[in-house]
Design a protein around this ligand. Structure first.
Ligand code: 5GP
Length: 198
C-alpha cells in the first residue's frame, strides 16, 4: 500500500448503538481531510441507507469472488453477514486523505498486520450495558433477535479491547468527540514533527 506518510488511518470500533456513525460524521465535518472508508457488505440495506454511501451492498456470490481474487485488506463475518474493506478503495483515498474505518475487531486485527500504516485504533464503548440496549431498541433498525445478537456480542468484543490504542466512553457525545479530536490532533502533530526531523 503506497500512501502519503503524513496521512493517518483511524479505526473506530464499537458495539452497535454506541453512536459511532454520529461521531464518524462529526469527525469528517471537523477535519475536512478525512474520508470514510465505505465497506462492502452482503447485509441488506436498511431503509435509511444508500448504496455506495453507507455501504456497497453486494450479493454473497460477488463477495466470495472478491475474497477469491484477494481484493480485500480485511473481511469478516458478523451476525451472519459479510463485511470487507476493498484494497483499491483504501489505496485511492490514502494518497491524498486521512481515512476513518468503521470496522470490527476482526478487521482491526487484520489491518494491524500492515506495519507501515499510521493506524490509530479507537474502541468506543457505551456508558453501561443497559444504556446500550435502550439505544439499540430506540434506533428501531433491527429485529428483536438482531438486537439480542448484537447485545450479546458485547461480551465477546470486550475480549479484544487490548488490541486497541484507546478506549473512549461515550457518556456524553460532545465530551466523547472532544476526546477523539484530541487523539487525532496529537497523532497528526507527532507525525508531522517526526517527518520534520527525518
Ligand atoms: P452494521 O450491520 O450495524 O452496519 O455493522 C455491523 C458491524 O460490522 C459493525 O460493528 C461495523 O463496525 C462492522 N463493519 C462494517 N464494515 C466492516 C468492514 O468492512 N469490515 C469489518 N471487519 N467490519 C465491518
Amino acid at each position: 500500500m503506497k500512501h502519503d506518510v503524513k496521512n493517518i488511518m483511524i479505526i473506530l470500533s464499537s458495539p452497535s448503538g454506541v453512536g459511532k456513525t454520529t461521531l464518524t460524521k462529526k469527525i469528517q465535518q471537523k477535519f475536512q481531510n478525512f474520508k470514510i472508508s465505505v465497506s462492502h457488505t452482503t447485509r441488506k440495506p436498511r431503509s435509511n441507507e444508500i448504496d455506495g454511501i453507507d455501504y456497497h451492498f453486494i450479493s454473497q456470490k460477488e463477495f466470495q469472488k472478491l475474497i477469491n481474487e484477494n481484493k480485500f485488506y480485511e473481511h469478516a463475518k458478523i451476525f451472519e453477514n459479510y463485511y470487507g474493506t476493498l484494497k483499491k478503495n483504501v489505496d485511492n483515498i490514502i494518497l491524498k486523505n486521512d481515512i476513518i474505518f468503521d470496522i470490527d475487531w476482526q478487521g482491526t486485527k487484520q489491518l494491524s498486520k500492515f506495519k507501515n500504516l499510521n493506524l490509530v485504533k479507537i474502541y468506543l464503548i457505551a456508558d453501561n450495558k443497559e444504556e446500550l440496549k435502550t439505544r439499540l431498541i430506540k434506533r428501531n433498525q433491527n429485529t428483536k433477535e438482531e438486537i439480542e445478537n448484537r447485545f450479546s456480542s458485547f461480551d465477546q468484543d470486550i475480549k479484544h479491547w487490548n488490541d486497541y490504542d484507546f478506549i473512549v466512553v461515550n457518556k456524553n457525545l460532545e465530551v466523547c468527540f472532544k476526546q477523539i479530536e484530541r487523539i487525532i490532533l496529537n497523532e497528526k502533530k507527532s507525525i508531522s514533527s517526526f517527518h520534520k526531523f527525518q
